[in-house]
Design a protein around this ligand. Structure first.
Ligand code: ITT
Ligand code: NA
Length: 208
């Protein structure tokens, strides 16, 4: 079985590959690097699941192969769930202009929470994992998605250099380290992405 990862985020790829392999998916999992002409997909849906399906559908249609996508983000309690599906683009053009969009996004969260006391800094990472197998239902086509959540809180300074995005300021519930201070396999064991892709792996194994 050949499976295409429908993401342009190079930091997500090893996490997705490791979780799928660890969950017994014996597939040739290839990144979008092999398909440079694959279309850019506008994330127009209001939900993680909706956007993950858009991304997987576009790559499945383009390649004719089963595709899996991740749409994910951070929901901050004190910000009414923001940045949510906007997590990757929250700092907008300003973030782009700084040359490090992830860092600009992270500083925006710290700034917005500057007056929020400890104990009210709860947040959660959410990931939707989607699988699209091309073809209509009668030819074995599939569209499915599942979400995973990791609860935690936002600290006041950055710690750690593993992971990506908001990892340096996120401490999972019951932990003292940020997800950026964990080894990749420790993060995968408890993360939103790990949970979502372990659940999706069951559906992928059924394809073989
Ligand atoms: P693709 O759409 O190509 O997959 P992207 O980075 O634009 O790449 P998303 O739209 O799903 O992906 O945005 C996810 C953002 O949420 C990401 O840029 C991070 O800022 C944040 N995020 C998601 N998962 C994270 C994690 O495990 N650790 C830290 N930040 C994460
Ligand atoms: Na998104």
């Amino acid at each position: 079985l050949k499976l295409v990862l429908a993401t342009r985020n190079a930091k997500k790829v090893p996490e997705m590959q490791a979780v799928l392999a660890g969950a017994g998916v014996e597939a040739d999992v290839v990144g979008l690097d092999a398909y440079p002409e694959a279309p850019e997909v506008a994330e127009t849906e209001p939900t993680f699941t909706g956007n993950a399906l858009l991304k997987a559908r576009a790559v499945a249609a383009h390649t004719g192969l089963p595709a899996v996508a991740d749409d994910s983000g951070l929901r901050v309690d004190a910000l009414n769930g923001m940045p949510g599906v906007l997590s990757a683009r929250w700092s907008g053009r300003f973030g782009e202009a700084t040359g490090d969009k992830d860092l600009a996004n992270l500083h925006l969260v710290l700034d917005q929470l500057a007056d929020t006391p400890d104990g009210r800094r709860g947040a959660e990472f959410v990931a939707a994992a989607a699988l699209v197998v091309p073809g209509g239902l009668e030819t074995g086509g599939v569209e499915t998605a599942v979400e995973g959540v990791m609860r935690g809180s936002i600290i006041r300074e950055r710690r750690g250099s593993n992971g990506f995005g908001y990892d340096p300021v996120f401490v999972p519930e019951g932990e003292t380290r940020t997800t950026a201070e964990m080894e990749p396999e420790e993060k995968n064991a408890i993360s939103h992405r790990g949970k979502a892709f372990r659940a999706l792996a069951e559906e992928i194994r059924d394809l073989v």
